[in-house]
Write a protein that binds this ligand. Structure first.
Ligand code: 4AD
Ligand code: MG
Length: 430
């Protein structure tokens, strides 16, 4: 038997094919029965006409429930009004298993119910579109770095020390010792940049985020490039070139999926470099007009980011944050010691921060004092200080949160739908 995938059905127009899949939906209209089948690559409507097929298949049709697994045989016919442009005139039907009453029916369900049934929910149309877009974005990220001379260097998951502050560390026992799940691969990428020049890592990172927000997961994927001899300006150039590439490529490849999500793509089309750049001080002046009691030196909150990003119709960089609100490894601005050579990229439409990065402190003594100021255990960072002892050079990099960019590109409000099996403060299952 020649089974075909629904995604390639157009190549078989006029021919009889077999499709293996699951019942998405069915309905009857007089002597015509309609069956929507999905097979993991797409969906197609099958049509059964009374009198034209053996009536035993009509009886089988009546038994079909949502998500029953089936094999359908039929002739492919072009139909411009149909979901994928084709329909299939069913000639035979075989049931593999009749599904029990399926919990995720087409009616509306509450979020917690859907999250409890995530293992089934991912079969539905919207989740199918989002996770296929995620897959395509991952490919775009890898292709970008592969074609720009970067070397992939995997960072460890078990780490001895904090990278992004001690309040969000997940601790685990490690034989007679303890370890932390990585918050970021950055420190290892700095070591790797001194060995390979242009490197990146891409993997899961963990933060014990105790607040419930629409953009925080406890386990999320981060891609982190790091480049020797690159300054803050170069870092921003790399970030905008990278984001433009991802967005424009997704628009080109994922048109069907974006339509399934009813995404208005005009803002995405506009995501072309250069992206506007404003300093923290400029951002502060803008915010001060709307929030008179805002305090200089604090990090920007979600609401501040929304106010700022709404002023632009493309992603925007905020650079040179006060040292007080950034991590220990940030290099101070030689023109103003109170500022750091840091940068965030905010996505438009209220999505806020998708990238964080900057230039790294490359002076041994300054880095040592910063580690002390942040109360971090020097013993566990001695290896990191070696990078400043042996041929220290200017270098910079950034981290992009995968789920944040997927959420923005898909136009969905919460990151929990952008990862196959989300981990949140109150959720460890399925
Ligand atoms: O700004 P962050 O904390 O920067 C770092 O971790 C740096 N060490 C990266 C580097 O320079 N190599 O995190 C980077 C990005 C954020 O901009 C955001 O997109 C994402 O990671 N992110 C999260 N995404 C989902 N859930 C969370 N809890 C996240 N925390 C950060
Ligand atoms: Mg950040």
């Amino acid at each position: 038997m020649n089974y075909v995938s629904i995604s390639t059905i157009g190549k078989h127009e006029g021919k009889e094919v077999f499709i293996r899949g699951w019942v998405y939906n069915k309905r009857s209209s007089g002597k015509i029965k309609f069956l929507i089948v999905r097979d993991g690559t797409g969906m197609i409507q099958g049509v059964l006409v009374k009198g034209e097929v053996d009536h035993k298949y009509f009886d089988l049709f009546e038994r079909l429930t949502q998500e029953s697994s089936i094999v359908v045989r039929g002739r492919v016919r072009e139909d411009r009004r149909a979901i994928g442009g084709y329909e299939i005139d069913i000639t035979t039907l075989e049931i593999l298993q009749i599904a029990g009453e399926y919990p995720v029916s087409p009616k509306e369900h509450g979020t917690e119910f859907l999250m409890d049934h995530r293992h089934l929910w991912i079969r539905s149309k919207r989740q199918f579109a989002i996770l296929r877009i995620r897959n395509d974005i991952v490919n775009a990220i890898r292709d970008y770095f592969n074609s720009n001379g970067f070397v992939l260097i995997d960072a460890p998951i078990f780490t001895p020390a904090a990278c992004e502050g001690t309040t969000t560390l997940f601790e685990t026992s490690y034989f007679d010792d303890k370890a932390y799940l990585t918050q970021s691969g950055q420190l290892y990428m700095e070591a790797a940049a001194m060995a390979f020049g242009k490197v990146y890592c891409f993997g899961p990172t963990f933060r014990a985020e105790k607040s419930k927000t629409r953009r925080h997961l406890t386990e999320f994927w981060m891609v982190e490039p790091e480049v020797a001899f690159m300054d803050l300006n170069g870092d921003m150039e790399l970030a905008e070139d990278f984001i433009e590439y991802i967005v424009q490529r997704t628009l080109g490849n994922m048109g069907n999926e974006l339509r399934m999500l009813e995404r208005d793509t005009s803002i995405l089309e506009n995501a072309r470099k250069p992206f506007p750049r404003i300093s923290y001080d400029e951002a502060f002046d803008i915010l001060k007009k709307e929030k008179p009691d805002i305090v200089w030196g604090n990090d920007l909150g979600a609401n501040d980011e929304t106010i700022l990003s709404n002023r632009f119709d493309k992603p925007v960089f905020i650079h040179r944050f006060p040292t007080t609100c950034k991590a220990f490894y940030m290099k101070s601005d030689p023109e103003n010691e109170k500022l750091s050579l840091s940068v965030d990229m905010l996505a438009p439409e209220g999505y806020g921060e998708i990238i964080g990065g900057g230039e790294r402190e490359d002076d041994l003594d300054k880095l040592f004092s910063k580690i002390k100021e942040h109360n971090l255990p020097v013993e566990t960072l001695n290896w990191y200080l070696d990078l400043r002892r042996y041929g220290s050079v200017l270098h910079a990099g950034f981290g992009l949160g995968l789920e944040r960019i997927v959420a923005w590109i898909c136009g969905i409000s919460h990151v929990r739908e952008t990862i196959p099996f989300p981990r949140l403060i109150n959720r460890l299952t399925p």
